[in-house]
Design a protein around this ligand. Structure first.
Ligand code: NAD
Ligand code: USQ
Length: 389
């Protein structure tokens, strides 16, 4: 299959590109390297030493014998370059990772809010408009969305895969059954852009018959996949700083350098998780099982386990002896919530999840400890506040 991976230099996009190439697909990576520039802005480097794109691609050719093409396009700004690529390459599938993905970064200042909104919404709309203009409506769009679109209120129902069954009273007094998008309840500007992406998908799907799969992904943990581990120059990025580091990878790195685990508030926040190796496998499964033309947007919850933050800290602390600190929560979020999530679609397609208990130890010793001398401790605290307090 011809596949374009938008955002293919990033944490999820790079291992996905290698995995799809390894399966024999013809992969083109599109990325504007904005994530590397944000590292410069924040004056932080990933814990793992990532190679420049040309070195990454040479290493891939060396170990796999396969070519991956790289094109530097800002898909939010350079619409015509994206359009030309889609017209000329004629991809059967486009995997869309190319958005600003950190909630704390999106809340740092008005500039960061505006950048996140304009980058993410224009990126998604440009992609959909380009597919229509290129007359490629058979192209399957796979988007990486987030579990965070549902919000973390205790609604007392298991979160369904995208659509909620509701009963409305008509003017005649009859009861009408409908399926609507699960009500959006974003907890940050970043998450808000993902809820707006959903409306664009619904529109282009109805109006232009685009085939779209929206993967509502949980928090990704881990670093390496089978392919990124094949050569030192293929290593994946591991973010640990207060803006981009996600909770479990931060705890693993903190344990490795004897830094007390930074639990926000009571740690009663329940969140959904998935290992990076399962992420790439899920995208493979989604690509191999596209929706039919005319089918509504397919929404899949891409997560495998639910944990409370304080329970995660306990698991890591029990394994390593790390101290656990409860720090003031810089975010505006429910201090405690329950979370029950339906994830039948991917299990039905054959996903066999990697669980936290099986993968944590090797992650601590192979990555967090091995590269601990690259950690800048001053970059660990979360200093992006949701409101002026
Ligand atoms: P990342 O920041 O590492 O990767 C995103 C990539 O997209 C970067 O390489 C960046 O340079 C590129 N990019 C951003 N804007 C672009 C633009 N306008 N034009 C071209 N390239 C652009 O993020 P990630 O962790 O790989 O996440 C990828 C996607 O998965 C995101 O959309 C994110 O919302 C979603 N997701 C991530 C997680 C997670 O835990 N990492 C969880 C759920 C969902
Ligand atoms: N948290 C801590 N201590 C820390 C860091 C975070 O207690 O040191 C807490 C946060 O307050 C929050 C929870 O851990 O309650 C999760 O935070 P996170 O930074 O790990 O994840 P989040 O901001 O939700 O964002 C990440 C990705 C984003 C993706 C999302 C999936 O960055 O791209 O969309 O996970 S989800 O959480 O399911 O919405």
């Amino acid at each position: 299959m011809k596949i374009v991976v938008l955002g293919g230099d990033g944490f999820c996009g790079w291992p996905t590109s290698l995995h799809l190439s390894n399966l024999g697909h013809d992969v083109v990576i599109v990325d504007n390297l904005s994530r590397r520039n944000i590292d410069n802005e924040l004056e932080v480097s990933p814990l793992t030493p990532i190679s420049p794109m040309s070195v990454r691609l040479e290493a891939w050719k060396r170990v796999s014998g396969r070519d991956i093409r790289f094109v530097n396009i800002d898909i939010a700004e350079n619409y015509h370059r994206l359009l030309t690529l889609i017209k000329e390459f004629k991809p059967e599938c486009v995997v869309h990772f190319a958005e600003q993905r950190a909630a704390p970064y999106s809340m740092k200042s008005s500039w960061h809010k505006r950048y996140t909104v304009s980058n993410n919404l224009n990126a998604t709309n440009n992609l959909l408009a380009a597919i229509v203009e290129a007359e490629r409506i058979e192209t399957h769009v796979i988007h990486l969305g987030t579990m965070g679109v549902y919000g973390y209120n205790d609604s007392g129902v298991q979160i369904p895969e995208g659509y909620l069954e509701v009963y409305v009273r008509t003017d005649d007094g009859d009861e009408l059954k409908q399926e609507i998008l699960y009500p959006a309840n974003p907890g940050s500007i970043y998450h808000m852009t993902k809820t707006q992406d959903q409306l664009m998908f619904g529109f282009y799907n109805r109006n232009d018959k685009l085939r779209i799969t929206d993967l509502h992904q949980g928090i990704v943990w881990g670093t390496q996949t089978a392919e990124t581990a094949m050569d030192g120059d293929l290593i994946n990025r591991f973010d640990y700083d207060g803006d981009y580091g996600t909770v479990l990878n931060r705890f693993l790195m903190q344990a490795a350098i004897d830094y007390p685990l930074t639990v926000h508030g009571t740690g009663g926040q329940s969140r959904a998780f998935i290992h990076i190796q399962d992420t790439v496998r899920c995208i493979q499964l989604a690509a191999e099982n596209p929706p039919q033309t005319g089918e509504r947007v397919r929404i899949i919850n891409q997560m495998t386990e639910v944990y409370r933050v304080r329970d995660l800290a306990k698991v890591v602390s029990d394994l390593t002896g790390a101290e656990v600190h409860h720090v003031d929560n810089p975010r505006n979020e429910a201090p405690e919530n329950e979370l029950r999530v339906a994830n039948d679609s991917l299990l039905r397609l054959g996903l066999e999840p990697i669980t936290l208990k099986n993968g944590l130890l090797s992650e601590i010793s192979d990555i967090a400890k091995r590269y601990s001398d690259r950690c800048n401790r001053s970059k660990i605290p979360c200093v992006s506040y949701w409101s002026k307090r």
